[in-house]
Design a protein around this ligand. Structure first.
Ligand SMILES: Cc1ncc(COP(=O)(O)O)c(C=O)c1O
Length: 443
């Protein structure tokens, strides 16, 4: 089983390895990037993103569509790299994500819009852009979408997001539905189909969408989940009395951020899925249907590293604390405060002292005034000194945009992409004055 340091070193190698003991991504050194653009920064690797998209597509087979779940990383250049991989669409969850995907070059017919509480303006934008499907989360939303389409005199595709009775939870399948704001209860499927068909001039029933879990590592449980979704799709087609045009299986492929986690077995899942697909696709109820997976973190997490500089090193009662110029304010997820609270560390390296002895484990903390701002309390990162650069790996997903950037009013981090062997600045580092941007003084 790989240690966290092994994992970080493997990822560092894929970024370009190291030179003279220093991390050297894309033909330069991390200290040169830091000098030029400032710290902290997110560093993404374009080829790693493209490789990952292709690997997923190959594993699932050419007839399956992979869509990118933009919430994982809505950076424009990242979206552009994915958009240019033909056959890859996008799943958006807000009007802002829709704007990014259109700017990145995704075809509207390859875009689906899911998520609770879509406002009338957002539904209006989806109709205007002519996206493939709005995946509705309630019976009410079906009528609101029809009213919006009517107002514009246009048609729009509908995907019914189903909260199924048989749930995939993390790595397991469980019977018995959960309750929540996501999706339509499976028990309401017949009514949802009927409501959609009751607006024949404005709504086109595309099919179904099921997304119930993230961080899934059990390929067999996920296959069982997919088999259920195929059955649900056939049931939906029967209710509608016509073939479906879309079955969106969600995805949730896991990323092994923490100790004792192994890679998701993509090839095993892909083979199993292709067998399932061969069994179901010949059914006339799925004739011409698009089979879609929507993946976020699995496409981009490994292609990002968050780089922050050591400001201070101090010992207290035998424990070493290393404080850095960025923390939970820039990377909430890696400090264990996003979604679920955890106290486990991502793979982390001292990028300025690569290849040396791991040294005594230290605590690595960010600059925010709360004990929650901690990347880990037992991290072997050599002999860290002020000025060293620390890298938090697996940071390509749920980083910049998933963080509480305004907390403590530190400037925002930069975003840099290695592409065609060179670093490109995607977003410059913030300035202290940015804290005033957009505010009106009272006096
Ligand atoms: C509807 C939907 N699709 C896809 C995703 C992406 O999940 P992941 O990043 O685990 O692939 C999410 C994540 O919250 C989601 O809500």
């Amino acid at each position: 089983m790989l240690t966290q340091t092994d994992k970080a070193q493997d990822l560092a190698k894929r970024f370009g390895g190291w030179q003279d003991g220093e991390f050297a991504p894309g033909g330069t050194t991390v200290s040169r990037i830091a000098e030029e653009y400032g710290t902290p920064f997110y560093l993404y690797h374009g080829d790693m993103i493209v490789d990952r998209v292709r690997r997923v597509r190959n594993a699932l087979g050419g007839d399956v569509e992979v869509t990118y779940s933009v919430k994982a990383n809505p950076n424009l250049a990242v979206c552009q790299l994915i958009a240019r991989e033909r056959l890859t669409g996008a799943e958006v969850a807000s009007s802002g994500e829709l704007v990014v995907t259109r700017a990145a070059g995704f075809d509207p017919q390859d875009i689906v819009f899911a998520g609770p509480a879509k406002t009338d303006e957002e539904l209006g934008m989806a109709v205007e852009e002519g996206i493939f499907a709005v995946n509705v989360e309630s019976l009410n939303e079906i009528d609101r979408l029809a009213a919006t389409a009517k107002q514009q005199g246009r048609r729009i595709g509908v995907g019914l997001r189903i909260n199924p009775a048989a749930q995939l939870m993390g790595s397991q399948m469980r019977m018995g539905g959960t309750v929540g704001q996501f999706g339509l209860d499976e028990a309401d499927l017949a009514e949802a189909v009927e409501r959609t068909l009751s607006h024949p001039d404005y709504l086109t029933l595309r099919g179904i969408h099921v997304y119930t879990a993230t961080q899934v590592f059990d390929a067999d449980a996920l296959l069982e989940h997919c088999r259920n979704i195929f059955e649900l799709a056939l049931q939906t087609a029967d209710l509608a009395g016509r073939p479906l045009q879309m079955v969106d299986f969600g995805g949730g492929f896991g990323v092994p951020y923490f100790e004792k986690m192994e890679d998701f077995d993509l090839e095993r899942f892909g083979l199993g899925y292709q067998e399932l697909l061969a069994r179901y696709r010949t059914d006339p109820r799925l004739e011409g249907c698009r089979f879609v997976f929507e993946l976020g973190r699995y496409l981009v997490a490994d292609a990002g590293v968050y780089v922050t500089r050591v400001v201070d090193v101090k010992d207290m009662k035998g424990k070493t604390f290393v404080t850095t110029d960025g923390g939970m304010n820039h990377h909430l997820t890696a400090t264990g405060n996003m979604g679920q609270v955890f106290r486990k560390a991502y793979p982390i390296l001292n990028l300025s002292r690569m290849g040396g002895e791991p040294g005594e484990p230290v605590a690595v903390a960010g600059p925010c005034c709360t004990p929650l701002d901690m990347f880990g309390t037992n991290i072997p990162i050599g002999e860290p000194r002020p000025g060293d650069l620390v890298g938090v790996f697996y940071s390509g997903a749920y980083g910049f945009s998933a963080s509480n950037l305004g907390f403590l009013s530190h400037p925002n981090p930069a975003e840099v992409l290695i592409w065609k062997g060179e670093p490109h600045l995607l977003r410059p580092i913030g300035k202290p004055e940015d804290v005033l941007a957009g505010q009106k003084a009272l006096l």
